[in-house]
Design a protein around this ligand. Sequence first.
Ligand SMILES: Nc1ccn([C@H]2C[C@H](O)[C@@H](COP(=O)(O)OP(=O)(O)OP(=O)(O)O)O2)c(=O)n1
Length: 362
Amino acid sequence: MREEGILADHQIAALFQGGALAAARPLDADQIQPASLDLRLGEKAYRVRASFLPGREHRVADKLARLKLHEIDLSNGAVLETGCVYIVPLLESLKLPADVAASANPKSSTGRLDIFTRVMTDFGQEFDKIATGYAGPLWLEVSPRTFPIVVRTGSRLSQIRFRKGNAVIGEFSLQMLHDTETLVASEEPNISGSGIALSIDLMGDADGLVGYRGKHHTGIVDVDKRAAHDVFDFWEPLYRRGEPGELVLDPDEFYILVSREAVHVPPSYAAEMTPFDPLVGEFRVHYAGFFDPGFGHSAAGGTGSRAVLEVRSHEVPFILEHGQVVGRLVYEHMLSRPKTLYGTDLGSNYQAQGLKLSKHFR
Ligand SMILES: Nc1ccn([C@H]2C[C@H](O)[C@@H](COP(=O)(O)OP(=O)(O)OP(=O)(O)O)O2)c(=O)n1
């Protein structure tokens, strides 16, 4: 077995058995994913004026006692409004071994709904990063940006990965892995800085559909319901303009677009998409996120899976062009191969996808 890598499903289950992970309620059957654990909202949400970090000296609960404006009971469901910041205790808590660290990310469905989420820990100085050996509760900051949402105790908005050592695959090994496994379907893969570039598709499908723009003043999205909402009540479809395609990003809008390249994560690897922000500056992929082992893997029914890109422009309108690089996929080793893979093993929502809104829409 490898010494450094991301913990796989059976190793996450072992963390529960050994007491390194605890939950206030029994786990949901599908809560452990191939390389991550979904985190569930607890009983209450606290509306705060603004986001904060606890910092080296404080527990989240201490700061919250000072900063909370209102307490909301989530046991029967509650609406979280756009533009507001909420802090929610999570049902899961940690007592990590000295050699295991963790990192969190919004679930893909959460990013696709433009719900901003970040995990906080006691004495934490950063969001979404959990130091080796951390023992204590987990809290989630939630801020819906485009649609108001309904959530309840048990709703799963974010996910956590556990890691031993440094598992990132360097540039040279990544090139070799790409040569044997075709990590992204591209004639000229752009591999640098330990990642493979992903670019945007603005040519669209046979009908010229290239993406969607979120509507304003919509109804409420229930985060726990699949195929419950009509696409056109929440989204405006966008069609190809120009040859090759281009799209003017309005700074106040949220866009769902798709990568030009199909993506492949072989079973013994996991990937994470990081925004290309530092080099471009004008716009950014907003959430990106974790890619599971088996995503886009042909044996797991994933041939041709593309990455979904949630894009926002910064201060000024910006013309995005077909093929423009928007993010980078960083690959990491799994500590061992997961028992189940993303895709057919799990009845996953986004395997073999093209341009795809979140599972809540029909
Ligand atoms: N920007 C992104 C981020 C992720 N994914 C893909 C790769 C992931 O392996 C897959 C599922 O991600 P999550 O587990 O975060 O998504 P959900 O839990 O919301 O969906 P599912 O129920 O299918 O697991 O979506 C994507 O296409 N584009």
